[in-house]
Design a protein around this ligand. Structure first.
Ligand SMILES: CC(=O)N[C@H]1[C@@H](OP(=O)(O)OP(=O)(O)OC[C@H]2O[C@@H](n3ccc(=O)[nH]c3=O)[C@H](O)[C@@H]2O)O[C@H](CO)[C@@H](O)[C@@H]1O
Length: 358
């Protein structure tokens, strides 16, 4: 029997990098998939039960002075060499990566061996690695056409595919939370690690919403020591909730950071959102992400610095009083959705690294 093609997936760090890669991997059942990551990030929890995880020691090229850049440069060379040996000894046919710093050794190692390198960039403002290495990739798949101008001057093979999401976003089952079916529901979510600053604002605002008859599901992340400071039977506080599809579908509106996966999910579920971009994100890329939804009339954005708990409370109360506004935003969000993104990205991989004929 012919052996299946071997693909190395390089996706590391946060849900925003891992969930799209896992969604694509799940459709490539006729491939032998291995994973490239680091030992202390989310992939160490999510990947090993499904795919062999190979870890390298590399945490990006940060460092402001040339001197401070030396250590990461050294680390990068080690990571590049380790990845190259892995690809060569394992006889891989190519690499698929969702960007971030791990993409650099993965793409360069693959190309140095003449192998296929496929990069998916979910952010509207492509990350530094994507901007630098796009021309080296066999193909670059983009989450949104808003990225095209940033890469126009690079000689890169670009395709707009949308961003893959977990199956439960596209096919949500019933919501497994004790929320009555007809009450207004506000969902609060940070990124995959929560958002302590939003949590604080929400705790100041939540009593106004509860008094108005709304229920609130607040996904706080694992790192907020004050997470359970406010208690109320209609205020459901969870550190993390995996089946986001049913929850996003049920919510009347969301208050969210503006990571690329969260925004993709809001468009697919047609959930109106107030976006509060993470102010310290690299190159303020969450603001650029948010602008895509705002200019389509699918969301509104407020910088964190302009918000108080009271102001957040008032804005959301206003929204709850305007169901037509919410319906309009929901329809505008759905117009941005790309439901077959996983198939599009998997199709690119299949066309460049063909599976074995049965
Ligand atoms: C702080 C920061 O720089 N974050 C970046 C990080 O993603 P980060 O993971 O922070 O944010 P994303 O919005 O891209 O992804 C969050 C993911 O976690 C899921 N989720 C969240 C909470 C929860 O309880 N359950 C759950 O499943 C969301 O549904 C979503 O799928 O990489 C993304 C992709 O490059 C970027 O767009 C983000 O800007």
């Amino acid at each position: 029997m012919a052996t299946p093609p071997k693909l190395l997936i390089a996706a590391s760090g946060t849900g925003g990098h891992l969930f799209p890669a896992l969604a694509v991997a799940a459709t490539l059942t006729d491939y032998e998939i291995h994973w490239l990551g680091v030992s202390h990030r989310l992939e160490a929890d999510l990947v090993p039960q499904q795919y062999p995880l190979h870890t390298i020691n590399f945490s990006g090229m940060q460092g402001k002075t040339p001197w401070a850049k030396l250590r990461p440069l050294w680390q990068f060379l080690g990571a590049f060499w380790q990845t190259r040996q892995l690809l060569k000894r394992g006889q891989f046919q190519g690499v698929f990566t969702t960007g971030g710093y791990i993409a650099a050794p993965a793409i360069l190692a693959a190309r140095s061996l003449g192998l296929v390198a496929i990069l998916h960039e979910s952010n509207a403002l492509p990350g530094k690695v994507t901007r630098a290495l796009a021309p080296w990739c066999t193909v670059v798949a983009l989450g949104t056409p808003a990225s095209l101008p940033y890469l126009a001057k690079r000689k890169a093979n670009l395709r707009v595919t949308g961003t893959p999401v977990r199956p439960n976003i596209l096919h949500p089952g019933p919501l497994d939370l004790p929320i009555p079916p007809t009450v207004p529901l506000i969902l609060v979510m940070g990124g995959s690690q929560g958002a302590v600053a939003i949590n604080r604002l929400v705790r100041e605002a939540v009593s106004q919403w509860l008094a108005a008859g709304a229920w609130v599901v607040h996904l706080t992340g694992q790192n907020d020591p004050e997470a359970t400071a406010v208690q109320h039977p209609h205020y459901v506080v969870l550190p993390f909730f995996e089946p986001m599809g049913p929850l996003l579908h049920r919510a009347d509106l969301a208050i969210s950071r503006a990571g690329a996966s969260a925004l993709t999910e809001l468009t697919l579920t047609g959930t109106p959102a107030l976006l509060i971009p993470y102010p310290y994100a690299a190159e303020d890329h969450q603001t650029v992400n948010a602008q895509v939804l705002v200019s389509a009339g699918a969301a509104e954005m407020i910088p964190q610095a302009q918000l108080t708990g009271d102001r957040l409370g008032q804005i959301i109360l206003e929204w709850l009083r305007q169901p037509q506004k919410l319906q309009r935003m929901a329809a505008n969000a759905r117009r941005l959705a790309v439901p077959d993104s996983t198939q599009q990205v998997a199709g690119l991989i299949r066309s460049l690294i063909p599976p074995v004929e049965p």
